[in-house]
Design a protein around this ligand. Structure first.
Ligand code: HEM
Length: 405
């Protein structure tokens, strides 16, 4: 089989290459991917569930430094910024920051946002209701996570648009629709950094009952410095946006392609039940796997399935493949909103970097689709979903829909 897991055009034209992944899981689960020399394209591709979990849970062997995209190679400025973010750090540096930010993301703190999220979803649907048609990505799935992050940060609604723009420019996409080729996102990063800085200073002067205040509060010396806070805001903006946006868009597409599953949710609601509300968000994340991969670096010689990995080698874990692993999921190629148990690793394979926003993302997905089921039960797709040109994010850029409200 001809294997190319890097070329973004490949993803733009067909989405996740599931046939290649199936072949790799069966025939070469620890596969040496040889690139064409452009960017970091020489790496070990890890495609089976158990191996992705193993790599994720052993940060002392598989470091998270330089874990971001494979291609193209980041600029020196981007690398310098990435290195300072928790996402790219290892214990013990990572542990301290993570234990501070965890405070703001407990199920209880996140649960309190449900009414706000419902109001945001209703507001987005109110905006398009009169038109009878919309672009699902532009009008619904893209603004939702961004508005939620603004809510988290206590940013006023009039700032949403500029934060939206910074966030789009910041996210290093290979897609020309997202940014001009000469823009490496650094200008947006600088502006967002300055914005976060102002926010931090204001909140230190006037504390409120919100997550920002919690992160900046003194806790026996265990608080974030203003600098660390600014970087964290940047990380949240990147990590919380495209992921949730594409989970929502890919979830909607999965319902269009599997109308019986949409009907199952409608029938359950009509009967007054809510069991599926507890399972469908995770099935969407398994099915879509919005984050296709992350990279690790081997810190010493090691082995996976008997294959020797040398110190310094790059190891890439493919969540999208692991989430279709036949050894773990019954009938992995069917989208089943009642799947239970569903041990997917769309939020990471466990270990120290497991997604900080998993509770929030599940909540956003549940409330969004509950709102759509209630207000747009007959939503249909009216044109092709245009896919993002990226090997990192399994994304959809546009998806026209029609509905009656
Ligand atoms: C980390 C996926 C939503 C914040 C991660 C990782 C994955 C992931 C795969 C890396 C795990 C690892 O390296 O082991 C997703 C998906 C989402 C989502 C699929 C939506 C469906 C969010 C949201 C937020 C968020 C809404 C915050 C608002 C983060 C942060 C990290 C992270 C801060 C880094 C954690 C660390 O380094 O300790 N996410 N994420 N994510 N995610 Fe998410």
């Amino acid at each position: 089989m001809d294997i190319d897991l890097v070329n973004p055009d490949f993803y733009a034209n067909g989405g996740i290459p599931h046939e290649q992944f199936r072949w790799l899981r069966e025939n070469a689960p620890v596969y040496r991917h040889h690139g064409d020399g452009a960017g970091e394209t020489d790496f070990w591709a890890i495609t089976r569930f158990d191996d992705v979990v193993h790599v994720s849970r052993h940060p002392e062997i598989f470091s998270s430094r330089e874990k971001l995209a494979l291609f193209p190679e980041p600029s020196e400025d981007q690398l310098a910024m990435q290195r300072m973010m928790m996402l790219n750090q290892d214990p013990p540096e990572h542990t301290r920051k993570r234990s501070i930010v965890n405070r703001g993301f407990t199920p209880r703190t996140i649960g309190k946002l449900e009414d706000h999220i419902r109001a945001i979803c209703d507001g987005l649907i109110d905006e398009v209701a009169g038109r009878g048609e919309a672009d699902f990505v532009h009008d619904i799935s893209a603004p939702l996570p961004l508005y939620v992050i603004c809510e988290l940060l206590g940013a006023p609604p009039e700032d949403r648009e500029k934060i939206f723009d910074w966030s789009n420019r910041l996210i290093a996409q290979d897609d020309p629709d997202y940014r001009a080729p000469e823009d490496d996102g650094m200008a947006a990063a600088t502006e967002l950094y300055a914005y976060a800085n102002e926010l931090a200073v204001r909140r230190r002067e006037e504390p409120r009952d919100d997550i920002v205040t919690k992160l900046l509060q003194q806790h026996g010396g265990e608080e974030l410095s203003v600098d660390e806070f600014d970087l964290f805001v940047m990380l949240l903006t990147v990590a919380g946006n495209e992921t949730t946006r594409n989970a929502a868009s890919g979830g909607m597409l999965a319902f269009f392609e599997n109308p019986a599953q949409w009907q199952r949710l409608l029938d359950e609601r009509a009967a007054g039940g809510d069991r599926l509300a507890g399972t469908f968000p995770d099935e969407i994340v398994r099915w879509v796997s919005p984050v296709n991969l992350f990279k690790r670096t081997a810190m010493k010689d090691t082995e996976i399935r008997g294959q020797r990995i040398a110190e310094g080698d790059k190891v890439v874990v493919f969540y999208s493949s692991a989430n279709r692993d036949e050894g773990v999921f019954a009938d992995p190629y069917s989208f089943d909103v009642g799947r239970d148990p569903n041990p997917h690793i769309g939020f990471g394979g466990g270990g120290p970097h497991f997604c900080l926003g998993a509770h929030l993302a599940r909540l956003e997905l549940r409330v969004l689709f509950e709102t759509l089921l209630a207000r747009m039960p007959g939503i249909t797709q009216t044109g092709d979903a245009r896919r993002l040109r990226s090997n990192f994010i399994n994304g959809i850029k546009e998806m026209p829909v029609r509905f009656a409200t």
